[in-house]
Design a protein around this ligand. Structure first.
Ligand code: SAM
Ligand code: ASE
Length: 348
């Protein structure tokens, strides 16, 4: 039987009210990141009062006290009382994920959610009504292709690339080891953005060569804003819809197919099938829906995100299997990682 909010919600709608507050919870985190609360508390030798935090960050004491109290209420900060004054301290979780700069920092993800995704979601009802993305309306830009909107300025490009980069700090390792890929000599990460996943591939498979295939201006921005410590992979500039793709033993498509219509997905996969070396394959990396679309909730919400921002959607494994087979690929294997992103491997 289908799950639904239980009868006890009728007596008092606890869960419903929590859902309703979701955007406020998000906004507390967005604001704290924007103000620099987590970096300040991380660097502070001891706990700080709201007044001290406010002065350091050039904010009002009253506003800051309410924000810090909410963060403590959400268990993101710790609070203790000394002589009647509340003193706030960071937590390991806040230091690791919300402060800027650490190896696992989600700071860039938070910034993109706050500045780009949140305004798009303001138009969710219109997106559902119209069945199309809201880039034009939300950002006052002329109609065009998805990545013309996402890359509408250099600043937006760098923010989007920061978002893409940060997810692989969390899931990269699991995704590249979901299958043993050591049999593939030449790996091309198609639409590999900053190279965050390519770096993980090169680390896991040191005897393979790894190339990121990307739009020329993305390669330029990646080199400028996301330099790699040492060259474990190469960039190859091009356009996967207009022009050739390099040959490879394995094509990685991470969060590519979910951006596009089924027709464009097929065009791309067929092109890759033709360019693929015999015995080679393709690895899809996506947040996969359950076969019956009943979860995971994260994938369901991602699919709505694709509605407001792109021409694509999230799919269950059978849909990916279908289009892979239609493009010529065979022996499709699905691996759910249990984290945000899953993997599908298929062979030429
Ligand atoms: N694979 C990366 C990841 O998962 O972090 C990035 C995924 S991002 C959603 C889609 C990527 O496809 C972007 O980096 C974008 O620049 C790239 N892209 C879009 N259109 C492209 C095209 N026509 N040719 C090559 N790359 C393209
Ligand atoms: C894309 C992925 C994303 C295109 C636009 C996007 C993400 C946000 N905007 O391929 C990342 C995953 N989804 C969400 C909602 O965070």
């Amino acid at each position: 039987m289908a799950e639904h909010l239980s009868q006890s919600e009728l007596d008092y709608p606890f869960k419903l009210l929590e859902y309703l507050n979701g955007y406020r919870v998000s906004k507390v985190i967005f604001a704290a990141c924007e103000l620099g609360v987590f970096e300040l508390l991380m660097r502070s030798p001891g706990a700080m009062s709201a007044l001290q935090v406010a002065e350091a960050l050039d904010a009002s004491a009253d506003g800051m006290e309410r924000l810090l109290d909410a963060l403590a209420g959400m268990e993101i900060l710790q609070v203790e009382t000394a002589d009647g004054t509340a003193l706030y301290n960071s937590t390991d979780v806040a230091n690791t994920y919300l402060a800027r700069g650490g190896a696992k920092s989600l700071h860039d993800m938070v910034a993109y959610h706050s500045q780009t995704i949140y305004p798009l979601w303001n138009n969710m009802a219109d997106a559902v009504r119209e069945g199309k993305n809201q880039n034009q309306k939300t950002f006052g830009i002329p109609p065009g292709e998805v990545f013309e909107a996402i890359y509408r300025s250099e600043e937006e490009m760098v923010k989007f690339m920061g978002l893409m980069n940060s997810s692989w700090n969390l899931d990269g390792q699991d995704v590249v080891t979901a299958f043993n890929l050591s049999c593939f000599q030449k790996i091309v990460d198609v639409g590999g953005c900053t190279g965050a996943l390519a770096r993980e591939l090169a680390r896991a498979y040191p005897s393979s060569s790894v190339t990121v295939f990307e739009l020329p201006r993305v390669v330029e921005m990646a080199r400028k804003h996301f330099p790699q410590e040492n060259d474990t992979f190469a960039f190859h500039s091009g356009d996967f819809f207009h022009g050739d793709v390099p040959s490879a033993d394995l094509y990685v498509l991470a969060r590519i197919l979910h951006d596009w219509s089924e027709e464009k997905c097929l065009t791309l996969l067929k092109k890759l099938y033709r360019a693929c070396n015999p015995g080679g394959g393709v690895l899809l990396v996506e947040a996969m829906l359950l076969e019956n679309h009943r979860g995971p909730i994260a994938a369901q919400l991602f699919s709505l995100n694709m509605l407001v921002q792109t021409d694509g959607r999230e799919h269950p494994p059978s849909q990916y299997t279908n289009i892979l087979k239609q493009s010529g690929f065979a022996h499709v294997q699905v691996c759910r990682t249990g984290k945000s992103y899953d993997a599908i491997l298929a062979f030429k």
